[in-house]
Design a protein around this ligand. Structure first.
Ligand SMILES: [Zn+2]
Length: 212
């Protein structure tokens, strides 16, 4: 298998997801130099685990994954996040993710948070439950809104499946946290449906007042 991977790298060399440099020696998609120069470790703010503090480049990579049909980098970074979470022995029963409205999935073809959650589920060995949360309303893009309007925009936008979440300790996955309104609303919805505990994990923490 390793030989096959090497062969593929020779035929289709792919660059470091951060600097783009071609190299066949990569860690979670990063070349060794980038991997060593970035401060990569697991941090927690409130109930949210994350790996990267604000970094323009990481934000760009995540944006590309979201809007430019290139979710591969999210899968790689989710692998990194999953590996770091594994060391924490967090107590959960299932994993789920921030859902998109079905019309938006139809347009984009995938939900990058779902891609991340499935990868993390494989690493941690807990099931990823696809239908734990639904987005029932089309909402405005959070990135275009002020801090206050973000919460209003999402109010009542999600619905949780009681049969799946009742009594469960849940790890909720998203790609990025900004004001926390999205994760907060999802957590509220899960708890209201009977979830015993909700922790969240994201790849990057991007403060609202920074230019993304
Ligand atoms: Zn690099």
């Amino acid at each position: 298998m390793a030989d096959f991977k090497n062969l593929l790298n020779l035929i289709f060399p792919s660059g470091c997801i951060y600097c783009g440099r071609l190299s066949d020696d990569r860690v979670h998609g990063f070349c060794k130099e980038c991997y060593n120069s970035l401060s990569i470790y697991l941090r927690k703010i409130g109930y949210t685990w994350y790996v990267f503090e604000y970094d323009k480049k990481i934000s760009q990579i995540l944006k590309k994954a979201k809007y430019a049909g290139k979710p591969g980098a999210v899968k790689k970074m989710a692998g990194l996040l999953g590996g770091l979470l594994l060391d924490k022995d967090i107590e959960i029963d299932l994993i789920t993710y921030v859902p998109m409205h079905k019309k938006d999935i139809g347009k984009r073809g995938y939900n990058q948070s779902g891609i991340a959650a499935r990868k993390i589920s494989k690493i941690l060995g807990f099931p990823c439950r696809e239908n734990a949360l639904y987005k029932t309303m089309k909402t405005k893009k959070q990135a275009d809104l002020s801090k206050n309007s973000r919460e209003k925009n999402l109010n009542g936008a999600f619905l949780a499946n009681e049969h799946i979440v009742k009594g469960m300790r849940i790890l909720l996955i998203d790609d990025i946290i900004t004001t926390g309104s999205t994760l907060g609303e999802c957590k509220k919805t899960l708890i209201a449906a009977g979830a015993a505990k909700v922790e969240t994990a994201v790849i990057a923490h991007t403060p609202f007042n920074r230019k993304r």
